[in-house]
Design a protein around this ligand. Structure first.
Ligand code: ZN
Length: 174
């Protein structure tokens, strides 16, 4: 995928959700679902999956169960949406850890993984976030220049842009 369009209010909402997890001392995970046509993605929905937040002497993290992943895949199959990006927060520095590589929820070639620093206490700005793309099975960091090339942030107050859609797991699981 080379072009991702996202409504600015979905970006802000993603940051707000992660900030709430951070307020409790936890990392959080939000997924971006979109329609993909010829390598271009439009983010239609953001989704906060049920996740087990972990806080231990080794640090913080989150776990998404196999059952949840199965339900997500079923939902994507039903709707024709794709998991375009996963977004998660870190207590401080934004980078893809070895655990992030191993336990990524996004597993399709070309999908993105965004890491938000400082428990999302800063503004929702991709240039403050670390962005990685899965290329030939490896999570590679996207340069600052490529962030601008790959991502288009749409202004939600302009006519014709779809309103905020945030799916909660209760909706998907019913
Ligand atoms: Zn991480």
């Amino acid at each position: 995928m080379k072009n991702i369009k996202i409504n600015d209010n979905l970006l802000v909402e993603t940051n707000e959700i992660l900030k709430k997890y951070g307020n409790n001392g936890f990392e959080g995970l939000v997924l971006w679902f979109g329609t993909v046509t010829k390598g271009s993605a439009f983010i239609e929905e953001i989704f906060t999956p049920p996740q087990k937040s972990i806080k231990s002497e080794y640090g913080v993290g989150y776990l998404v169960s196999g059952e949840t992943l199965f339900s997500i895949n079923k939902y994507l199959h039903k709707t024709g949406l794709r998991l375009v990006a996963q977004v998660h927060s870190h207590p401080s520095r934004a980078y893809h850890s070895e655990t992030d590589d191993r336990l990524a929820v996004a597993t399709k070639e070309g999908s993105f993984s965004l890491v938000v620093p400082d428990f999302a206490t800063g503004p929702a700005n991709l240039h403050r976030w670390a962005v990685y793309q899965l290329r030939r099975g490896q999570w590679e960091e996207v340069s600052s220049k490529d962030k601008d090339r790959f991502f288009t942030i749409l202004k939600s107050d302009i006519e014709g842009i779809k309103p905020l859609k945030h799916r909660w797991w209760k909706w998907i699981w019913k």
